[in-house]
Design a protein around this ligand. Structure first.
Ligand code: CA
Length: 222
């Protein structure tokens, strides 16, 4: 999962970014509205957290421009406390959710998770595909038949979650890289092969199919 954080408050970014990454998201930061708008149109993000008070172009303008361009990126806006008109304007501009500042990071995390589930029409807290349950809080996966539970490393978890949310379609290595790592990570696509192999070792060989030259398919049924 790849998040775009559009926020000019450096202190808040320094607080949020590591916690979002710890929760298993790859995070890119834009510190002004112009850059935020541009990046939000890149079609690699699963969700944006958008501050409204931004230099160069405010958050509402950014959001309106995305929506005018039929960009449906799920967006949580960060509003000033008690500024009810910001919430109204934000929803009218196409926001999916809002959070008044200051907020607890835990609340932002549950709102991100809830919105991602809503977008994918999956129930919250647990992702279930093909007899496997992915526990998002514990970052573990359980085989429903044997009740065997596997712990996942951060990268394994991010990859498996992306597979769970995008079953039955070809996912290229570069797409997986974008969602499993952030922009600053070392981008060696062999790493993807290594992690697919590790997931197969844990969960069985026929779960993830290799399409030579194209990528991988996570199969929701045999
Ligand atoms: Ca701001």
């Amino acid at each position: 999962m790849h998040l775009l954080l559009v926020e000019d408050d450096q202190q808040l970014v320094a607080l949020l970014q590591p916690q979002l990454e710890k929760a298993g998201y790859a995070v890119d930061v834009a510190v002004n509205g112009t850059d935020g708008e541009y990046r939000g149109n890149e079609d690699i993000y699963d969700l944006a957290i958008l501050d409204l008070g931004l230099p160069e172009k405010n958050g509402l303008e950014v959001l309106r421009s995305w929506r005018a361009a039929k960009n449906r990126l799920p967006v949580i806006i960060l509003t000033a406390r008690d500024a009810w008109h910001e919430k109204v304007d934000g929803f009218k501009a196409g926001a999916d959710d809002y959070l008044p500042k200051p907020f607890h990071v835990e609340e932002l995390l549950v709102r991100i998770s809830a919105l991602l589930h809503r977008v994918r029409q999956q129930p919250g807290g647990m992702l279930v595909v093909r007899g496997l349950s992915l526990d998002e809080d514990r970052q573990t996966v359980t085989v429903d038949d044997s009740k065997e539970t596997f712990e996942l490393t951060g990268t394994e978890y991010r990859m498996l979650r992306y597979f769970f949310l995008h079953p039955d379609r070809i996912l290229s290595k570069s797409r997986l890289m974008e969602h499993v790592y952030d922009f600053d990570s070392d981008k060696d696509s062999n790493v993807i092969e290594v992690y697919v192999k590790r997931l197969r070792n844990k969960l069985g060989n026929n779960l993830i199919e290799t399409r030579r030259g194209q990528g991988y398919i996570f199969k929701s049924h045999l």
